[in-house]
Design a protein around this ligand. Structure first.
Ligand code: ADP
Length: 380
C-alpha cells in the first residue's frame, strides 16, 4: 500500500501541480499537455503503461491521466500500480464513448474521475481542477490524521509522567499523614485529609481508565490474544467485586452453563470489562439488590448476561451510556463516584474481541447488559 509522502507545507511550495498523461496516441498526449501547460500546470507524458509507471515514480505527479486501452500492461493494472506508489495520486481515466463500462470499472478501482474523448481544453481543465481539489483534501486530511496521532501520543506521555506520577506521590503523603506517622491528627483534620485522599483516588482512577482507553485504541490488545477460559476469568472477576458487593449489601449470583467454550482473547482486558459491568450492577443498585451473571451459547457465539435489579437507566440516557465521560445525573447517582469511562472501556474491549455489547433497561427495575463473544474455532 502506498504512503502519503507529501506534506501540506510541501504542497504549498509545490504550487505548480504536475499532471502525467499516459496515452499511446501522440495526438492526445500533445493536446492534453498543450492545454494543461496553458493552464499553468507542469506536464509529463508517457506513451505506454511501463514508461508511465517509471515516470510516476520519478516525478510523483499530483494527477495521472490514463488511457485504459493501451498495448502491454493494461490501464487497469496501471491504476493499481500507481496507487501503490502513492495512494493520494489522483487518477483520471481517458475513455472513448463506447467504453463507459470500463470507466465504471476503473472508478471501482479507485480512479477518481473519467473524461470521454473527444474533449475540449476547458473540459479537461475542469476535470483536472476537480482532481486537484480532491488531492488537496486527501493530503490535508492525512496531515490532520498524523497531527491528531502525534497530539494523542504527546498527551499520553503528559498524562502518564506529569500527572499520574506526582498525583501518586501526593496520595502516598496523604496515606502517611492519615496513618499519623507525621503526628497525631485532630478529628476535623483527619476528616479533611480523608476527603482529599478520596478525591485523589478518583483522579487516579480517571487517569488509569483514560490510559486504558488509549492503550486499546492503539490496537495493543490483539497482540496478546490467547485461548482463554471464561469461567476462570469470571470467577476471578467475582473475587475482585465481592468486597464492593458486601459494602453495598448487594448479592451476586453466578449462573454459568456447563463447559463454557474457550474463546480467543486477552485475559486482563476481559477481566477489566467484566469488572466494570458487574461493578456497575453493584454500584447502581439498592441495598438488598441482586446482580446475576449468566452464560449461554448461541451458535458460534457465547452470550453473557449481566442483569441487575438496580435503579435502571431512562431511555433518553440509554443512547449515550457507551460514550466517553457520559454519566447519568440524577438523585440516585449523585453520591456514586465514577469516571464515565467504564462502559466505553468494556465496549472497546468486547469489540476488539470481535464481539458486541447491548443493553436493556427499565427505570427503577434494573439493567441487563448482553455481551456476545465469538467462540474460538476448534482446529483439528
Ligand atoms: P461510571 O464510571 O460513571 O460508572 P460508566 O461508563 O461505567 O461510568 O457508566 C456510565 C453511566 O451509565 C454511569 O455513570 C451510570 O449513570 C450509568 N450506568 C452504567 N451501568 C449502569 C447500571 N448497571 N445501572 C444503572 N446505571 C448504569
Amino acid at each position: 500500500m502506498g504512503t502519503v509522502d507529501i506534506t501540506m507545507e510541501q504542497w504549498q511550495v509545490q504550487e505548480q501541480a504536475t499532471v502525467l498523461v499516459i496515452d499511446d496516441e501522440l495526438a492526445i498526449r500533445d493536446a492534453c499537455c498543450q492545454a494543461l501547460s496553458k493552464g499553468g500546470y507542469k506536464t509529463e507524458a508517457a506513451e505506454n503503461a511501463e514508461t508511465g509507471l517509471y515516470r510516476a515514480r520519478q516525478v510523483r505527479p499530483d494527477v495521472v491521466m490514463v488511457d485504459l486501452k493501451m498495448p502491454g500492461m493494461g490501464g487497469m493494472e496501471l491504476l493499481e500500480r500507481i496507487r501503490e506508489i502513492d495512494a493520494n495520486i489522483v487518477s483520471i481515466v481517458i475513455t472513448g464513448y463506447a467504453t463507459i463500462e470500463s470507466a465504471v470499472e476503473a472508478m471501482k478501482r479507485n480512479a477518481y474521475d473519467f473524461i470521454a474523448k473527444p474533449f475540449t481544453p476547458d473540459q479537461l481543465r475542469i476535470v483536472i481542477e476537480r482532481g486537484l481539489e480532491r488531492r488537496r483534501l486527501a493530503v490535508e486530511s492525512a496531515r490532520l490524521r498524523r497531527e491528531k496521532e502525534r497530539m494523542k501520543e504527546n498527551f499520553v506521555t503528559l498524562v502518564t509522567h506529569q500527572l499520574r506520577s506526582p498525583l501518586a506521590s501526593v496520595k502516598q503523603y496523604l496515606v502517611v499523614i492519615l496513618d499519623e506517622y507525621a503526628g497525631e491528627l485532630a478529628g476535623k483534620q483527619k476528616e479533611m485529609i480523608e476527603r482529599a485522599s478520596k478525591h485523589v483516588d478518583s483522579l487516579l482512577q480517571l487517569i488509569s481508565d483514560w490510559l486504558d482507553i488509549s492503550h486499546i485504541d492503539a490496537g495493543n490488545l490483539m497482540k496478546k490474544f490467547e485461548p482463554v477460559d471464561l469461567a476462570l476469568i469470571l470467577s476471578e472477576t467475582l473475587q475482585l467485586v465481592v468486597p464492593l458487593a458486601e459494602a453495598r449489601k448487594v448479592t451476586i449470583k453466578l449462573n454459568l452453563h456447563d463447559e463454557i467454550p474457550v474463546i480467543q482473547g486477552d485475559r486482563e482486558s476481559l477481566k477489566q470489562a467484566f469488572t466494570n459491568l458487574i461493578g456497575n450492577g453493584i454500584c447502581y443498585n439498592r441495598e438488598g439488590g441482586k446482580v446475576t451473571v449468566s452464560t449461554r451459547e448461541d451458535g458460534n457465539y457465547l452470550v453473557l448476561e449481566i442483569c441487575d435489579t438496580g435503579i435502571g437507566i431512562s431511555e433518553d440516557n440509554l443512547h449515550f451510556i457507551f460514550e466517553e465521560f457520559f454519566r447519568v445525573k440524577s438523585k440516585e447517582t449523585r453520591g456514586i463516584n465514577g469516571s464515565g469511562l467504564g462502559l466505553p472501556i468494556a465496549k472497546r474491549v468486547i469489540e476488539a474481541h470481535n464481539g458486541s455489547i447491548k443493553v436493556a433497561s427499565q427505570i427503577d427495575k434494573g439493567t441487563t447488559f448482553y455481551v456476545t463473544l465469538p467462540k474460538k474455532e476448534v482446529t483439528q
